[in-house]
Design a protein around this ligand. Structure first.
Ligand code: CP3
Length: 354
């Protein structure tokens, strides 16, 4: 077994006893931190930052230096995978991610192939190794990927969208083509996450950011089965220890019962569902990660503390809770409010574990 000074996060994901509720935050390394903005400026752009293993390592460690967080998450982006498939990722200043060559024609979809992660995504795998070395056993490292459905959304639209009309049109008119994209992307994600695990990721998370905009029938056909296939294809143990898996469908609260059966060890929750209700529904099948509304962090340390206490109380006594936000932290978050959050969970959560 690897010696980890703090394995609280890994134990909570497996619903084993812990002394307190571990915390990490989605997008914990990001623009709300001045030191992140400084490193990003030195890198030149967000993509240059992702593509430099040493700078990616630097920003991964920044939130850990400030706060008593219980896990590090690889600094990268979910869209590196479609980029490696040849779609040409770029970020137009202030506009979010875009692709130069989105999937438009049937032949482009038929030509799609899963990339070798050790070739086109070498920079991510190198970042994982470098971050693991730099962490030196302090806290576990989370690897991640987008879900096949969420990646397909960007690959088809070529950018984010309010309605995902192009995706839905393809999905309803040509389900065969949609399933083909999902099938290839699923293989890509399995290979990519297994390469991250091999390089040192100690837990993995699949981000299904757009699954929640589907109907239940469509979610159960086009998103969840592919995440279940990923769960079945992942390396289960590494360095003598289980590598826990987390799935997060934003807007997926209605389908928690089905999600809890997909083979994940933990389910991420957005802020819409009450975490106590979610726990009743999930029973002893999975751990839960979440689920404070990130926008509470725009207020005051007192309001943040009160909301963190409410979430802890709602989950209640016992293990199986990883404290997190319901989605990524806003770039307008005052860093001192994050300190209040992390300190509150450290101080208030032990009573739920006695
Ligand atoms: O959580 C972490 O700290 C790890 C790093 C991480 C990033 N993106 C860094 C990032 C992770 C896990 C992601 C995942 C990601 N990327 C998702 C899934 C999670 C979610 O938010 O639903 C999605 C949909 C993306 C695609 C993406 N990347 C978008 C829509 C944007 C623009 C958002 C924005 O705030 O401008 C990005 C860019 C991005 N990814 C940033 C960061 C820190 C901001 C880039 C910058 O520095 O300008």
């Amino acid at each position: 077994m690897t010696t980890l000074k703090n394995d609280t996060f890994l134990r909570a994901l497996m619903r084993q006893p812990t002394e307190y509720t571990p915390t990490w935050l989605m997008r914990q390394a990001g623009r709300y931190l001045p030191e992140y903005c400084a490193t990003r400026a030195r890198a030149g752009s967000f993509l240059d930052l992702c593509k430099s293993p040493s700078l990616a390592t630097e920003v991964t460690l920044q939130p850990l230096a400030r706060y008593g967080l219980d896990a590090a998450i690889l600094f990268s982006d979910i869209l590196t995978v479609p980029d490696a498939m040849g779609l040409g990722l770029y970020f137009a200043e202030g506009e979010g991610p875009k692709f130069e060559r989105p999937l438009r024609d049937e032949w482009e979809i038929r030509d799609l192939a899963a990339p070798d992660p050790h070739d086109k995504l070498r920079y991510v795998i190198d970042a994982v190794s470098e971050i693991r070395k730099a962490l030196d056993g302090s806290v576990p490292l989370i690897g991640f990927s987008g879900s096949p459905f969420t990646l397909s959304c960007y690959m088809i639209e070529g950018q984010g969208s309010d309605t995902y009309a192009k995706v839905k049109k393809l999905m309803y008119a040509r389900p065969d083509l949609m399933h083909h994209i999902l099938d290839v992307t699923t293989t890509a994600v399995i290979d990519y996450l297994n390469a991250q695990i091999e390089a040192g990721a100690q837990a993995v998370m699949v981000f299904d950011s757009w699954g929640g905009m589907l109907s239940q029938a469509a979610y159960l056909e086009f998103s969840l089965p592919y995440m279940a296939r990923i769960m079945a294809g992942l390396t289960r143990e590494r360095e003598g220890r289980v590598v826990p898996r987390i799935v997060f469908t934003k807007g997926g609260g209605l389908w928690l019962d089905q999600i809890a059966n997909c083979g994940a060890d933990a389910v991420g929750l957005d802020w819409a569902i009450d975490i106590g209700e979610a726990r009743k529904l999930a029973g002893d099948r999975v751990a839960l990660q979440g689920n404070m509304d990130p926008f509470i962090l725009l207020t005051t340390p007192e309001a943040v503390s009160a909301e963190a206490r409410r979430v802890l109380a709602s989950y209640g006594k016992g293990s199986g809770h990883v404290f997190n936000l319901g989605h990524g932290i806003s770039q307008f978050t005052p860093p001192e409010n994050v300190a209040a959050l992390v300190e509150t969970v450290k101080a208030e959560s032990p009573q739920y574990h006695r």
